[in-house]
Design a protein around this ligand. Structure first.
Ligand code: PLP
Length: 452
């Protein structure tokens, strides 16, 4: 087994994973750059370590010093891991928008965290960058890392992420898709890849509400508007966004980002954050227009565990009105019937008499009965049918149900779409609902109308 001397030796050299299911209608290959497999589970580990090493080299970070940084969490985690190993203290400023998981992670690494208002504009004293600057001025032997203009940030990606992608794809990469937070990932990786082959397209994915796309396309600085994806997009221009290496910026909505992030987890087993969803929406859009020579790499920026209380929670998605309408299943309609206090299943047995079955119809004030034996559906009885037969021949009241029953109702699993249930209800007055192969209830046309 390979042994490393500290966790820092595990930063970078992340795998590329081919997508198989999300790309079924796409000719090009699409690969995920698994930055979530770094020790701090994000793309920002690379710059945390690089910015510290560079600051030490330049003599601006001294032994026992305190590192201050304004972060959406991941850079803080990268810095805090490297700082722990190398013996520095950390203070981070973050906005309220950042998930509680990231905040607690930083605190677990021994860092101090200062939470700033999310609504503060970038040049006001309350903004998290201004607060970080102020803390740095007031803290002896400290250094404000400032990932937004620190050249070690894109440099780390120029030296590591870019060469890894070139090597891992054997120089065949045609498109690189990343998102813009500080700009470090896209600027550094983009510069390296363009130097290797200027034809490689560098695509930036950006949330609607961020200013980057409009600025790149028109040179106009707009006002940013709020969005929910964390860590990417801006309302100002960081120095580390090097537009000259970016060919195209694609805007993505919160809803599309979060749903794509959830799909990557569910369909490919890659558990990721929201900005990865943003990247993947853009990557698939680009890949759709390519032939089999296309090789698209997108960045898996961080792990989904950081967002269990956010977009990986149905409750949160519902609260933000981002959840697609739940599919109406047979089970959903059946649960609604049960909550109305109706009995879930009243049935007749094949060996009892018609008279006994009739009593049950009256007792429960219902008009039809499935005939079940050992949970198997054998037939059915309807009140109207029995009544007309009794009027013709009163003696049948003593006959066995099995002798006079009609055909059985169809059995439909509770997980089936209610559309299938409705198709069956067009031909049959009722359907039986099954769960794990056992009949658990009955739905009539009236039950479905009540649901609607
Ligand atoms: C979750 C997440 N995704 C993507 C990014 C973007 O990376 P970069 O700052 O290199 O542009 C960040 C940056 O903070 C981030 O936190």
């Amino acid at each position: 087994m390979k042994v490393v001397n500290s966790v820092l030796e595990l930063f970078g050299r992340t795998p590329l994973v081919k997508l198989n299911k999300l790309t079924q209608d796409i000719k090009a290959s699409v690969y995920a750059k698994m930055e979530s497999m770094n020790p701090g589970a994000s793309v920002k580990d690379r710059i945390g370590l690089a910015m510290i090493d560079d600051a030490v080299k330049r003599g601006v970070l001294k032994p026992g010093g305190t590192i201050i940084e304004a972060t959406s969490g991941n850079t803080g985690i990268g810095i805090a891991i490297a700082a722990t190993v190398k013996g520095y203290k950390c203070i981070f400023t973050m906005t309220e928008k950042v998930s509680v998981e990231k905040r607690r992670y930083l605190q677990a690494l021994g860092a101090d965290v200062v939470i700033c208002p999310m609504t503060a504009k970038h040049d006001t004293p309350e903004h998290y960058v201004s607060v970080a600057k102020r803390i740095a001025e007031d803290t002896p032997n400290s250094l404000f890392m400032y990932q937004y203009n620190n050249p070690s940030n894109p440099e780390a990606h120029y030296k590591t992420t870019g060469p890894e992608l070139w090597e891992q794809t054997g120089g065949k990469i045609t498109h690189f898709v990343g998102s813009l937070g500080t700009g470090g990932t896209v600027s550094g990786t983009g510069r390296f890849l363009k130097e290797k082959n200027p034809k490689i397209k560098i695509i930036a994915a950006d949330p609607y509400g961020s200013i980057f796309k409009t600025y790149k396309e028109s040179g106009v600085m707009t006002e940013g508007t709020p969005y929910l994806v964390e860590g990417i997009g801006q309302d100002m221009l960081p120095e580390n966004v090097h537009f000259k290496y970016i060919d195209e910026i694609i805007n993505v909505t919160d809803k599309d980002s979060f749903h794509m992030s959830r799909r990557l987890s569910r369909e490919e087993g890659i558990f990721c954050g929201g900005s990865t969803g943003t990247n993947l929406v853009a990557a698939l859009k680009v890949a759709k227009g390519l032939d089999e020579n296309g090789l698209v790499v997108f960045v898996v920026c961080d792990t989904g565990e950081r967002y269990l209380s956010k977009h990986h929670s149905d409750e949160w998605m519902r609260e933000k009105r981002l959840l697609e309408k739940d599919k109406v299943t047979v089970g959903v309609v059946f649960q609604t019937k049960l909550s109305g206090g109706l009995p879930n299943l009243v049935s007749a047995s094949p060996n009892e008499t018609i008279g006994e079955a009739l009593n049950r119809l009256e007792e429960y004030n219902i008009s039809l009965l499935p005939v079940l034996d050992d949970n198997k559906s054998l037939g059915s009885l309807t009140e109207a049918d029995i009544m007309s037969r009794i009027i013709e021949n009163p003696a049948i009241i003593e006959k066995k149900v099995s002798e006079l029953m009609d055909k059985p109702y169809p059995v439909i699993d509770e997980s089936d779409d209610m559309k299938h249930g409705i198709q069956s209800l067009k031909k049959s007055p009722a359907i039986l609902v099954s769960q794990y192969g056992r009949i658990i209830g009955i739905l009539t046309r009236i039950d479905v109308l009540d649901f609607v």
